[in-house]
Ligand binder design. Structure first.
Ligand code: TPP
Ligand code: MG
Length: 331
């Protein structure tokens, strides 16, 4: 079933559209494979999949520049892949192997890349929010023009430390974009059951922080909002809030039977609002790509993901003496 039809002419080139399709598909297929490996008992601990939310991170990465930073929660594999981290290293970390980003000692929620300016992977809800402001503080201090994307969920948006952070970020005009990935649920709690003022983009008003709501199932809308927010931050005007409305198709984590919502609700989103189908339709309807072009991309992605699974299965377990390394970060 195709996604919604749109006749609006996309304001991006055919190559850019194809790149968004590819990047979203990589996340989708990677996460599906991670789900399979989890089912086979190859991944231990928690594992939170990003399926359904792909347009958020791909749209914002399209608005970022080299050197910009990103930090997020435990639902982090999509963010890593979108900023260019190696799928082999991410998958091998999921299986707890030596070839993983944290040498098999971190797992799904604890991976980092200095090279790609990815600062985690945080399991404590909203813990990354003040850390994200801290990264932006460092950039402001250095005067290097960089911006930090600080991602958190609708549930995290009700945490006290978020508002302490808003205050300091506004006071010091920090170049931080607070990205609220509103997927409508915090574990099994629907937003309407937990949140007194559901328009999360207005949550910065008390601190003088501008915000806007964005359709997170439309990668082009996310990119456009991201560019606006980036321009605001880079010009020294301080923080910005993007509330991006999205949806996760899978449970909160691999151990969630998702009894708090109906199958019909999920199916409706999948069939009517899927972000990958949307770009696929734009590509085909606008004659920017043929079915064969898309098949070639699908094939390329399938190989990347199956190679990463093979690497993650065959990379050795970390040696015991690894327990004594990476205890402190290099200065
Ligand atoms: C401080 C803290 N409280 C509770 C938890 C348990 N917990 C893990 S995820 C989660 C829900 C967060 O939902 P949301 O912020 O909407 O993010 P999403 O999982 O939807 O991406 C909770 C309550 C935790 N990890 N940390
Ligand atoms: Mg949520």
């Amino acid at each position: 079933m195709a996604a919604r039809k749109t006749t609006a002419k996309p304001n991006v080139s055919a190559d850019e559209l194809k790149a968004y399709y590819r990047d979203m598909l990589l996340i989708r297929r990677f996460e599906e494979k991670a789900g399979q490996l989890y089912g086979m008992g190859l991944i231990g601990g928690f594992c939170h999949l990003y399926i359904g939310q792909e347009a958020v991170v791909v749209g914002l990465e399209a608005a970022a520049e080299e050197g910009d930073k990103r930090i997020t929660s435990y639902r982090d594999h999509g963010h890593m892949l979108a900023c260019g981290m190696d799928p082999d290293g991410v998958m091998a970390e999921l299986t707890g192997r030596e070839g993983g980003y944290s040498k098999g000692k971190g797992g799904s929620m604890h991976m980092f890349s200095k090279e790609k300016h990815f600062y985690g992977g945080h399991g404590i809800v909203a813990a990354q929010v003040p850390l994200g402001a801290g990264l932006a503080f460092a950039d402001k201090y250095k005067g290097n023009g960089r911006v930090t994307f600080t991602y958190f969920g609708d549930g995290a948006a009700n945490q006290g430390q978020v508002y302490e952070t808003f205050n300091m970020a506004a006071l010091w005009d920090l170049p931080v974009i607070f990205v609220i990935e509103n997927n409508q649920y915090a574990m099994g709690t629907a937003q309407k059951r937990s949140t007194s003022t559901p328009d999360l983009y207005t949550r910065g008003e008390a601190f003088g922080i501008k915000g806007e709501v964005v359709d997170g199932m439309d990668v082009l809308a996310v990119k456009a909002a991201g560019e606006k927010a980036v321009a605001h931050c880079r010009s020294g005007k301080g923080p910005y809030i993007l509330e991006i409305k999205t949806y996760r198709y899978r449970g909160h984590s691999m151990s969630d039977p998702a009894k708090y919502r109906t199958r019909e609700e999920v199916q409706k989103m999948r069939s009517e609002r899927d972000p990958i189908d949307h770009v696929r339709d734009l590509l085909l309807q606008g004659k920017h790509a043929t079915e064969d072009d898309l098949k070639a991309i699908d094939k390329e992605i399938k190989k990347i993901v199956s190679d990463s699974a093979e690497f993650a299965r065959t990379s050795p377990e970390p040696a015991l003496d690894e327990l004594w390394t990476d205890i402190y970060a290099d200065a």
